[in-house]
Design a protein around this ligand. Structure first.
Ligand SMILES: Nc1nc2c(ncn2[C@@H]2O[C@H](COP(=O)(O)OP(=O)(O)OP(=O)(O)O)[C@@H](O)[C@H]2O)c(=O)[nH]1
Length: 380
């Protein structure tokens, strides 16, 4: 049996599948952004930072070499020359190395940060002069050069310490930076999950409320005793079938008052429910059934012509006779009988009023003609 639902209502996917699809979309999006962030972090950690670190460490390239180291090398070379020098030419060779060392040593940074720079340079300068004019013993000169060598060594050590500290600071800040990025992305992920949960909960509440409302609406369209549609459902369905050729059949139990009086109202109720089932069986799945009040029922069904409508009415009466429902108080000593009036009409809200009136008139004529019969009136 079909009752008061709209035949044109579109059928969407079930709510569970929709929820899973929404969850899947959300998870994919957040996972994609999370993975994106992680790739960025790994890229920075694996490729960008080591390059910066290598630049800071100043190893493996010419510009990164320590001036102090090279200057110390030249001074020590001069010392070696002076120690083994046996001719003026060899002695002047030492002065050449000292000049080179002076050039590398005489830089602003060393003057600013290392107090031994100026005296050491002055000493080299003086020694070069004395060596060139051969006023100094080469061995004594080599010995005196330990002062600038000490100074240059302390500069080197200090530079190494500074560089080490800079590298450590840089590594620490890089690690901190990475940690902040990782925890932030995790936090974003968790917050997203939380918001999604809240959003889903709200959505479910709304869906539940909507379903409840729809349930109430459906119940409001239903006759509680028989479970079929009521008068409001009939109006709604007429609108839903707008433009289609429909049959409207009104059915009324004969002498129902006597039935109630004889058997009691609970039995009367049982007969009403029985009649609803009988209408359903007799008219088929396409018919929509309604109880309009008391013992009056209606059926709305697609109907191409008056002959088909007459056939439905006849089938209905035959079905009732076959059911053999006893009526102990029937004035004509029959079982339960029905009076049936039908009309065919093209459904819409305005034509329905006259169609209903015509079907009711046909039913009334059956009643006045002695009941237990059906009549189909001309199309409305
Ligand atoms: N059991 C039961 N009886 C109902 C219900 N609603 C209305 N009735 C009764 O249905 C009867 C209808 O009586 P009438 O309108 O006189 O109709 P009738 O006795 O069938 O007479 P005709 O239609 O002229 O053959 C009344 O006695 C109402 O009390 C219901 O829900 N259950």
């Amino acid at each position: 049996m079909v009752s008061s639902t709209d035949p044109n209502t579109p059928q969407g996917p079930p709510p569970l599948r929709l929820g899973v699809r929404r969850l899947f979309t959300w998870l994919s999006l957040s996972l994609m952004s999370f993975v994106g962030l992680m790739v960025l972090i790994v890229y920075e950690a694996r490729w960008v930072y080591p390059e910066i670190q290598a630049y800071f460490s100043q190893t493996g390239n010419l510009t990164g070499q320590q001036l102090a180291t090279r200057a110390r090398g030249y001074v020590q070379r001069a010392q070696e020359e002076l120690m083994v020098a046996s001719s003026p030419v060899e002695i002047s060779e030492a002065s050449h190395w000292l000049n080179l060392a002076y050039g590398l040593f005489d830089v602003n940074v060393y003057h600013q940060h290392y107090v031994c720079t100026a005296p050491s340079l002055a000493l080299i300068d003086e020694l070069v002069l004395l060596i060139d004019t051969q006023q100094l013993d080469p061995f004594d000169a080599a010995h005196a050069l330990f002062i600038p060598v000490d100074c240059l060594t302390s500069i080197e050590m200090s530079q190494l310490d500074r560089r080490g500290m800079a590298i450590n600071d840089f590594s620490d800040s890089t690690r901190r930076h990475n940690q902040v990025l990782t925890y932030s992305s995790l936090l974003i992920f968790v917050l997203g999950l939380l918001f999604w949960g809240l959003h889903e909960r709200q959505l479910r509440r709304t869906e539940r409320a909507t379903a409840e409302k729809l349930g109430w609406m459906a119940r409001a369209m239903r006759d509680p005793l028989t479970g079929i549609g009521n008068r409001s459902a009939l109006y709604q369905d007429v609108v839903a079938y707008s433009g289609r050729s429909m049959g409207l059949i009104l059915v009324d139990i004969d002498f129902f008052k006597q039935y109630n009086d004889a058997l009691g109202h609970p039995e009367g109720d049982r007969l009403l429910r029985q009649l609803a089932s009988l209408l359903e069986r007799a008219l088929g799945e396409e018919a929509r059934l309604y109880r309009l009040g008391g013992d009056e029922f209606a059926a709305l069904l697609p109907c191409p012509n008056d002959q088909a409508l007459a056939k439905f009415c006849e089938t209905l009466q035959v079905g009732l006779e076959a059911a053999q429902c006893p009526h102990p108080a029937h004035p004509d000593n029959k079982g339960v009988t029905l009076s049936i009036g039908g009309v065919r009409f093209v459904a819409d809200a305005t034509s329905f009023a006259s169609a209903y009136e015509a079907a009711d008139k046909a039913l009334y004529q059956v009643k006045t003609a002695g009941r237990d019969g059906w009549q189909v009136t001309a199309s409305a």
